[in-house]
Design a protein around this ligand. Structure first.
Ligand code: GRF
Length: 240
């Protein structure tokens, strides 16, 4: 079966676009399909990206209304929820319904530089102020607190001399575009397999398996370091 994905986004939706592009690249080999894009902002460019792709786009009239959001996702028969630049807290009704099946991308290496109020340029300002030499995206499970769920995958991105929050954000964002689609597809594959084997055993299709419970995203699965370097436009070591 194909894993049905909802993407929640508040802004530009470049991570959504990266997922859609990756799915196009994979073609029939993909295990996930974005069936819904929803936003708390009617003007979010992410919604237009969805429409251009022929994907359903919905505005959340009240993102804090847990039953309303849950019912919307249920109406699209969603298996997996991806937060891609979504700035609202996910209500507990949604977290409990899709337990271990909601992932978020954060533009720094959690557990540092996360939590309430840490979004947008504030994250990169805090990274630069701390003096760390490495940043990078984190993909993690979502629970009822901001940025606290189990970490599934991270990718190191160098902090360079002379970086501004904007230049660092741009470099991290390019790594997000590589990492997030691959983690989402790995989860979709795990969920498809779990549902297929459950279907075969019981004769009943179910989406109750918890793939992220045993999820591992190893460097072997990740984009090769060489291609990551090429993609970042330089070598992390020689540039520092
Ligand atoms: C990304 O940096 C993501 O990590 C953060 O918000 C930004 C969203 O960018 N949560 P986009 O809307 O996907 O372009």
């Amino acid at each position: 079966m194909t894993t049905r994905i909802a993407v929640l986004a508040s802004g530009g939706g470049s991570n959504l676009q990266a997922i859609l592009d990756y799915h196009h690249e994979l073609g029939d080999r993909r295990h996930g399909e974005v069936v819904l894009v929803a936003s708390n902002r009617a003007s979010a460019p992410a919604l237009n990206r969805a429409r251009t792709n022929g994907t359903a786009a919905e505005v959340l009239s009240d993102p804090a209304d847990g039953i309303g959001v849950r019912d919307l996702l249920s109406a699209y028969d969603v298996d997996l929820v991806v937060l891609a630049g979504y700035l609202k807290l996910v209500p507990r009704e949604v977290v409990s319904r899709w337990s271990d099946r909601i992932v978020n991308v954060h533009p720094a290496l959690l557990p540092s530089f996360g939590g309430s109020g840490m979004y947008g340029m504030r994250v990169h300002q805090a990274v630069l102020a701390s003096g760390v030499r490495i940043s990078g995206p984190t993909v993690h499970l979502v629970d009822e607190e901001y940025d606290r769920g189990r970490i599934l995958a991270q990718w190191p991105v160098p902090v360079l001399r002379g970086d501004t929050p904007e230049s660092l954000a741009a470099r991290v964002l390019r790594a997000e575009h590589m990492l997030l689609p691959r983690v989402v597809e790995s989860l979709a594959l795990a969920m498809s397999r779990a549902a297929d084997s459950s279907h075969a055993e019981s004769g009943v299709a179910t989406s109750d398996a918890h793939p992220a419970g045993s999820f591992h995203f190893t460097p072997h699965d990740a984009p090769a370091a060489a291609s990551m370097d090429a993609f970042l436009g330089h070598s992390a070591i020689s540039s520092c």
